[in-house]
Design a protein around this ligand. Structure first.
Ligand code: SAM
Length: 262
């Protein structure tokens, strides 16, 4: 079958790696799993052996035809020819797990959408470009730490699980991959008075990555009545860069801004 590059069709070829990914996913006996982009089904067969119901979302009609041929006789298999970017995940009913080797062109918007539906999701085991995973798991002070890191770690616990080299795909992509496990949080990890303000501050702090807070936060003066002294008194040196601030410190900064809303 001709693979469509535009749909991120780099298929995993090593069954041992597929086994390892599914083992890490810790599929709950009898539970519902959503697989995004099953492709020809290297993960699908293994997931069906373990779960109670598999909702498979595949955008490509040719692959849907192939998947139906392989798995239609299995009553657990529930295939939808759908775009994972617009699918309403709340219709899956109850809580579910997500397992996917994501199409890289749409990985970030799909991940953001899944996080939006986090209250429905027990956990997600996702394969992504290695450099994206580097950003998702980054710690303050590292080069990869940015607003995507803060957004993801605010909403989910994240853990890098395994590395998969590009030679394990057909066709091989240009970059290596990593598998990550995300567990949506039931409560925020830090106390935030206003979520909108929190992310407003985070985005401002990273606007120019190499600049100090003193420069990046100037744009907030239109919305909040803060002083540099006030920020210093809250324990944050305005000469620091946004990339050094922990989630707690972003919460401190945003709660301070919120208390000074104009
Ligand atoms: N799961 C297979 C594997 O591991 O080999 C295929 C993974 S391949 C990287 C990504 C799959 O996602 C392809 O089958 C592609 O057709 C499908 N896909 C691409 N965009 C999609 C979208 N927006 N919604 C659902 N599936 C999509």
């Amino acid at each position: 079958m001709r693979k469509k590059r535009s749909l991120g069709q780099n298929f995993l070829t090593d069954p041992a790696i597929a086994e390892e990914i599914v083992a890490h996913a810790q599929i709950e006996d009898g539970g519902t799993v959503i697989e995004i982009g099953p492709g020809p089904g290297i993960l699908t067969g293994l997931l069906l052996e373990r779960c109670g119901k598999l909702i498979a979302l595949e955008i490509d009609p040719k692959l849907c035809h192939l998947l139906n041929k392989r798995f239609k006789s299995n009553p657990k298999f529930d295939l939808h020819q759908r775009d994972a970017l617009v699918y309403d995940y709340s219709q899956a009913g109850g809580r579910f797990q997500v397992v996917s080797n994501l199409p890289y062109y749409a990985a970030m918007p799909i991940l953001k959408r899944l996080i939006h539906y986090g209250s429905h999701i027990a956990n997600m085991t996702l394969m992504l470009q290695r450099e994206v995973v580097d950003r998702l798991v980054a710690q303050p002070g590292s080069r990869d730490y940015g607003s995507l890191t803060v957004f993801t770690q605010f909403h989910c616990e994240v853990e890098r699980i395994m590395e998969v080299g590009k030679k394990n795909f057909d066709p091989p992509p240009k970059v290596d991959s990593s598998v990550i496990r995300l567990v949506p949080r039931s409560a925020p990890p830090v106390e935030v008075d206003n979520l909108k303000t929190f992310f407003h501050v985070v985005h401002a702090a990273f606007f120019h990555k190499r600049k100090m807070l003193k420069n990046n936060l100037k744009s907030l003066a239109k919305h909040f009545d803060f002083t540099w002294q006030g920020i210093e008194d809250a324990g944050i040196d305005p000469a620091r860069r946004g990339e050094t601030l922990s989630l707690e410190e972003f919460a401190t900064l945003s709660n301070l801004m919120e208390s000074k809303t104009q």
